[in-house]
Design a protein around this ligand. Structure first.
Ligand code: KIV
Length: 289
């Protein structure tokens, strides 16, 4: 019998060390852990992360999967959509996140135009995410049409998370932000899900898919499903952290739940700092050499 290699304990021993739930893997999260969690009926969570402190914080909180999403385009780089962000812009963010976590699985998101042309193009881009960004796996958008890419990447040692339903990189082709898989088109979502599982994907994100369709996909697949606007029956959920924790203000999608108001905390702190600088109370004697 072969024994499993020893993995480093991720929680540290200091007073801030957190304790994972009894059944959760203690060491680094691997793709097989996610599948085992599905088999046990145990849900897991995924958040986006684009830099060191958010990544460290979410890792310490026990978030199993961190996605360095192409949503960095609109959450870091100030673009309106995810389309303009480039591989060269995402790689340093991926590196920052992968260097900062002890336990979470880090997913590098392949941006628009960096993998659709051919499986070879996808492989070259994915290798950069793993070598230069330190990602543990990659995510790409698309269903059946992406099976050649998924097959080559998987054969070449790159675990692939797929992304079906509403795929933001195809916003213009899909005619805007809209729920996918309603009515007669539900079978397309199911076909896509099976195709990418058969091609070797280890998990699939389903975005803006009716809850009953996502539930059916989750039941039929053996790989974990990760929902965003896909109802409660997925094996996992993902949210963009600036939406979920309130750093971003403005209109949110229906599927976003806001767990904190980080923007209000920062706004208040920044205003207090500015006022104290103006009136001379900062820096005080305790901040002065
Ligand atoms: O880039 C991203 O943030 C994503 C999530 C919405 C799944 O793809």
């Amino acid at each position: 019998m072969t024994s499993k290699p020893e993995e480093t304990a991720p929680y540290g021993s200091g007073p801030d060390a957190t304790t994972p739930p009894a059944t959760a893997p203690r060491g680094r999260i691997r793709t097989h852990h996610l599948r085992e969690m599905k088999e046990r009926g145990e849900r897991f969570s995924m958040l986006t992360a684009y830099e060191q402190y958010a990544a460290q914080t979410f890792d310490e909180a026990g978030i199993e999967v961190l996605l360095v999403g192409d949503s960095a385009s609109n959450n870091v780089y100030g673009n309106e959509t995810s389309l303009p962000v480039t591989v060269d812009e995402l790689l340093p963010l991926t590196r920052a996140v992968s260097r900062s976590v002890k336990r979470a699985l880090v997913v590098g998101d392949l941006p628009f135009g960096s993998y659709q042309r051919s499986p070879e193009q996808a492989y070259d881009t994915a290798v950069r995410f793993m070598k230069e960004g330190g990602a543990h796996c990659v995510k790409l958008e698309g269903g059946r049409e992406m099976t050649p890419q998924i097959e080559l990447l998987t054969r070449g040692g790159v675990p692939v998370m797929a992304h079906i339903g509403f795929t933001p990189q195809s916003e213009h082709a899909l005619g805007g932000y809209r729920v996918q898989g309603r009515g007669d088109t539900a079978s397309r979502i199911l076909d896509d899900a099976h195709a990418i599982q058969d091609a070797g994907a280890f998990a699939v994100v389903m975005e803006m898919v009716p809850g009953d369709v996502a539930g059916q996909v989750t039941k039929e697949l053996t790989i974990p499903t990760i929902g965003i606007g896909a109802g409660p029956d997925c094996d996992a959920q993902v949210l963009v952290w600036q939406d979920a924790f309130g750093l971003r203000s403005g209109k949110m999608a229906k599927f976003v739940k806001q767990y904190a108001d980080v923007r209000a905390v920062l706004l208040d702190a920044a205003r207090t700092y500015a006022a104290e600088v103006k009136d001379g109370t900062f820096p005080g004697p305790e901040h002065t050499f």
